[in-house]
Write a protein that binds this ligand. Structure first.
Ligand code: FMN
Length: 334
């Protein structure tokens, strides 16, 4: 079974920035990676290069856009297409107040025509596939029919891929964080969508935390998108990669650190503070002996002015001997 596009890493604001994605790509050569949400307004009016640049090793990569103004969404798509993104995804899932006041995110589930207008305007700008990430409902509109009405409008506009976070969004009175745990998961509604629209590509999202669960959902839908588990325990992505592509051996966690070093050298030389990269690597040894020493050393030393890759080498050295393997011996001695 080919893993490409079966497994995706979710868009996560402040988390899945380009440094994070570079790191996750080393753990999973084929998972589809999504950027943090970028507003169409920021790209349309602002410094597009700042929001759109990425490392070519991040492919396959999707840009997630937030917005509801077809003209701005089209303009952002046109600029993004020049950067070679593999997909452009419309955010119809985020429930934060900031997002609602800008009239985009999850509240747009109630305005399918607006999203369809955006979709059409975007499609005219580029050949890049445009997709939608949505919830299964909002507030008291918690029914399959509500989801279906939304999907129908987008299908009519030509959308062929939906990523569905399998819980409703509660727009009033629940923080974005609580909106990822309080409304219960309802995978069955997503499975039904796939059953009734077999030609659509349906990717399920929400609460996937082990290989067995991912196997199970993939009996029903085309793809699985992983969010928090991929960030807190990134090695999960390596396990998934190995599970779906057994020819790919499981990498040593230390090899991943080693492969990050040249990248970190280059971005630090370009002026990026070390901690901005290493903060994404804190969970690499989660559940392993020495995980706490790893985290602690990095947390205490990566912020120091002028810090570089030696912090990671020393962090490995700070782990108990039992947790160390030969892989990094050479580096440890330098
Ligand atoms: C810190 C954080 C930031 C997020 N930012 C976005 C975002 O920018 N766009 C989006 O569509 N979803 C966002 N989400 C939601 C995730 O994409 C995903 O739908 C959600 O976390 C459920 O998946 P999970 O249970 O695998 O984490 C965010 C989630 C987290 C934890």
């Amino acid at each position: 079974m080919q893993m490409r596009s079966r497994i995706a890493v979710a868009p996560m604001m402040d988390w899945t920035d380009r440094h994070c994605r570079y790191f996750l790509r080393l753990l999973s050569p084929s998972a589809f990676l999504y950027t943090e949400m970028v507003t169409a307004a920021a790209i349309h009016h602002g410094d597009a290069e700042r929001f759109l640049q990425y490392n070519k090793d991040e492919h396959p990569i999707a840009l997630q856009l937030g917005g509801s103004n077809p003209e701005w969404m089209a303009s952002a798509t046109r600029k993004a297409a020049a950067y070679g993104y593999d997909e452009i995804n419309i955010n119809v899932g985020c429930p934060s107040d900031r997002v609602q006041s800008g009239q985009f995110g999850a509240c747009l589930m109630a305005s399918p025509t607006t999203v369809a207008d955006c979709f059409r305007a975007m499609r005219e700008q580029a050949d890049t596939p445009v997709t939608v990430k949505t919830r299964i409902g909002i507030d008291d509109r918690d029914s399959y029919d509500f989801l279906k009405t939304f999907v129908d409008a987008l299908v009519e506009a030509g959308c062929r891929k939906f990523v569905v976070h399998a819980r409703i969004a509660i727009l009033d009175g629940l923080s974005p964080k609580d909106n990822r745990t309080v409304p219960p998961l309802n995978y069955e509604r997503v499975y039904r969508l796939k059953r009734e629209y077999p030609d659509l590509e349906v990717v399920i999202n929400g609460g996937l935390a082990d290989v067995h669960q991912v196997d199970e959902v993939l009996q029903h839908v085309d793809g699985a998108m992983i969010g928090r588990q991929a960030y807190h325990q990134p090695y999960f992505l390596a396990e998934l990669e190995h599970h779906f592509n057994p020819d790919r051996s499981l990498p040593e966690r230390r090899e991943i650190v080693e492969q990050m070093l040249p990248y970190i050298d280059s971005v630090v030389a370009a002026g990026v503070p070390l901690a901005r990269v290493t903060r994404h690597m804190l969970g690499l040894f989660a559940g392993q002996p020495g995980a706490r020493a790893w985290r602690r050393y990095i947390s205490e030393h990566a912020h120091v002015h002028g810090a570089g890759t030696e912090v990671l080498v020393n962090a490995l050295n700070s782990m108990p001997l039992a947790a160390q393997t030969a892989t990094m011996q050479a580096i440890r001695r330098t």
